[in-house]
Design a protein around this ligand. Sequence first.
Ligand SMILES: [Zn+2]
Length: 442
Amino acid sequence: MMKRGIAILGVLVLLTFVGRSATAQDSDKMPTAPTSKSTTTFVACGKLIAAADQPAIDGGDVIITSGKITAVGHGLTAPAGAQQEDLSKYTCIPGLIDAHIHIWTGPRGKYPSLPLATIRATKAMAYALDSGVVAARVLGSGGFVDVALKDAIEEGTIPGPHLIPAAHAISIPGGHGDFYDFPPDLTPENYYTPENGFINSPADAEAAVHWQLKYGARVIKILASGGVLSPLDSPLAEQVSPEELKVIVEQAHAAHVKVAAHDENLPTIWAALHAGVDSIEHGAGLDKDAANYMKDHGVYLTPTLYIANNIVENGPKMHMADYAIRKANLIWQGELQGFKAALSTGVKIAAGSDQSYEPGKGTVRDEIMTDVRFGATPQQALFFGTKASADLLGLDDVGAIAVGKEGDIVATEGNPLEDIHALEKVRAVIVKGEPVPAANRY
Ligand SMILES: [Zn+2]
């Protein structure tokens, strides 16, 4: 099965290469990114929240020229010939940023071909944009689909948010990254490779990082502990060894790439922190001592309260597998405790939905609303999903509506700083000065 997959990938690579050399002499026919358009957009907002840590102002206007914000203020005049966007019934907020996503490629448990998976994934990218998400960190996917999407979005071939791809998450065989539950006589040797993210030693760990980086990863994801949606393991298990964690962080940091560690128990949180990771994902079991360490060392927490809470409350209704419901119940209180410890300690927090952007399903808006439900103020939660996530992703030109930043605006009915559920009512999304068609808004 995998041999065929690799062969298909080989053909694709060849086709891409041929395609590139054929068009190289005719570069004016290459697709152009939306930013290269020389247009001016004048956006009139009812209220404007230019940054999550600032109050809403009445009647703010924004001018976007060639994709970048060139003026923000009250009572601005529309430049001659500008395209006008009347959002005066709404509150304008910065584009949202999801610090932890995966990529929807069709129904869970089915294995589409890589080309079919990629074509479906383009829908997930359009849905992310329609939901107001202008940037996302993809923390684990197969077949380098996230890198392909990033390239296609950047060259203007498909619409989508800025992506920071991790390619394959690094896992032990039988760990949180292992979804192959057939018996040992069917084990495919070529599935369990460092290129596919699987490691059995520090040497494998080093190779796994190199392969992800070679094929375009811009962040490294380690599955340090077990998880919820994988069929074979326990979230209480420690999986990647401290030596392997150290090698992974060393190699990633040598390439100036950050490391995100999936951790669902305290021993693996400490092992990851001592190895020097840049963010702890989920963070079940995080206590006050570990939170203090994170604050002192500037390590981010990406809590993922929405997905865990949603499985606990609605898992049976959503026909989730019994093991997933059992494991979500096992970690939920620990995740809540970790979030509260981080919040009260002042740990930097980013908003991550852990969603795959299946059209119509959960987004970072749900995570932001869930953070408020469990103790954050609306201002804090909106900050997690804009400025904080932008900082964690290393993206300077998103996260706020300010001169020099990318011209991204989300219009909500109601002021989310007063009632965070205004995020359920996104009425328009403007990306780089261009309105996004409401294809999949919910
Ligand atoms: Zn995840």
